[in-house]
Design a protein around this ligand. Structure first.
Ligand code: GLU
Length: 428
């Protein structure tokens, strides 16, 4: 049975590079019906923080993954000591000033990387290396080898930035007489300018993407597309379906360019494909920590508001800005509406207010018919009435279809807001 692992260090949050490595490991394990384990590399007691660990685990779950086993390296120090002692006993390592040094016996090393093909290492930068520090903690290469071997891992899927560690680790497997697993080095994610990902370009934590209002399914979909493709130019694919067809050998060798536009497009597609009930639940959870929805908001009302914006949302956070007027009437009229409000239409709007008040049924269709009739009666083109009314009801120049918006707000609210515009005209 195949067994792979994701081995994050809880010295920082989970970023998109790590998340993608995790996804590839998980997809491989689930596709092969093998095991996926998490190994927390918390050997650096000073820099490892619970806050980071919690975020890493939460983000992995949020992205839709689960794990079969979890280990913490900080609980395994005795084991590393034991294996270091084996090397000392065999004359392959020695102690100096409390630290244990491993002596590399270099030989040409070849690996058959599942993604990159044959890689040949002809030299090592070092002749020896600390494997246990004087404080008793192991260094990365050593604890990694001991654990990868003892945990029975069959394949190591990790970032390309670890390639230079691979020959060192192979020499340690050899020295310990342990079986070396296979390797698959995943290419780096690059920023749009071709360099490494930076804070400016995408190198933010998964939690930040969540906060920004990206859906977990959309982000997971996008991350797998960085270096992998389901073929046929297909881009929208669920994690479940990816599991069925994922083959680590089909991961690209070349670096993948991160594109926020692409991620946003995928996100908007997922939002569109989510039905209103589910989106309402997702949005409610999303908005919960943001103190946005008034306490008395009815589910039915929220769903109506969502329908107004459903096709136009790129991120959930867009909802906060765009739909605010549906929950609050304390807005001022935006600066760019000045031109629209220049002409005082108090008389015409008063006529409209009366016409609206008289409507028995307040639906998009009845509103539109009455609206158009009123415009004609007061000698205006419909659009000349639409613009100021939109400003009155939303505070903004642009927004969703006006008649739908009016239906959602309801008669009382519409009349109140129209009167507010009339009062505004009186005050200027
Ligand atoms: N803790 C290491 C890292 O986060 C793991 C590297 C590996 O997968 O071997 O980079």
């Amino acid at each position: 049975m195949v067994k792979v692992r994701f081995a994050p260090s809880p010295t920082g949050y989970l970023h998109i590079g790590g998340a993608r490595t995790c996804l590839f490991n998980w997809l491989y394990a689930r596709h092969m019906q093998g095991k996926f384990i998490l190994r927390i590399e918390d050997t650096d007691v000073q820099r490892s923080k619970k806050e980071y660990l919690d975020e890493i685990l939460e983000s992995i779950r949020w992205l839709g993954m689960d794990w079969d086993e979890i280990y913490y390296q900080s609980q395994r120090f005795d084991l590393y000591q034991q294996y270091a002692q084996k090397l000392i006993d065999a004359g392959k390592a020695y102690k100096r000033e409390g630290a244990v040094f491993f002596k590399y016996e270099f030989a040409k090393i070849e690996i058959n990387d599942l993604i990159r093909g044959q890689i040949v290492f002809t030299e090592l930068p070092k002749e020896e290396e600390v494997i246990i520090k004087s404080d008793g903690s192991p260094t990365y290469n050593f604890s990694c080898v001991v654990d990868d071997a003892l945990m029975g891992l069959t394949l190591i899927i990790r970032g390309e930035d670890h390639i230079s560690n691979t020959p060192k680790q192979i020499l340690m497997y050899n020295a310990l007489g342990l079986t070396t697993p296979d390797f698959a080095h995943v290419p780096l994610i690059l920023s749009p300018d071709g360099g490494r990902l930076s804070k400016r370009f995408g190198a933010t934590s998964i939690r930040e993407y969540k906060e920004e209002g990206y859906l977990s399914q959309a982000l997971a979909n996008y991350l797998t597309l960085l270096s992998w493709s389901p073929g046929n130019n297909r881009e929208i694919i669920s994690l479940r379906e990816t599991c069925e067809i994922f083959d680590i050998k089909h991961v690209n060798k070349t670096g993948a360019e991160f594109s926020l536009d692409k991620l946003s497009w995928i996100n908007s597609e997922y939002i569109k494909a989510t039905n209103v009930k589910d989106l309402s639940k997702t949005l409610t959870d999303y908005l919960a920590g943001k103190n946005f929805l008034p306490a008395h908001t009815q589910e039915e009302y929220l769903e109506k508001v969502i329908l107004l914006f459903h096709d136009r949302l790129t991120k959930l956070s867009d909802f906060i800005d765009r739909a605010r007027f549906c929950f609050y009437d304390d807005y001022g009229y935006a600066d760019d509406t000045r031109e629209i409000l220049q002409k005082n239409l108090s008389k015409e709007i008063t006529a409209l207010t009366q016409a609206m008040t008289g409507l028995q049924e307040f639906t998009k269709v009845t509103i539109e018919t009455e609206f158009r009739a009123t415009a004609t009666r007061v000698g205006l083109k419909t659009k000349d009435l639409v613009h100021p009314v939109r400003v009155a009801l939303t505070g903004k120049r642009v927004g969703p279809g006006l008649f739908e918006t009016m239906e959602v707000l309801g008669k009382q609210e519409v009349v109140k807001r129209l009167n507010r515009l009339i009062t505004y005209w009186q005050s200027v």
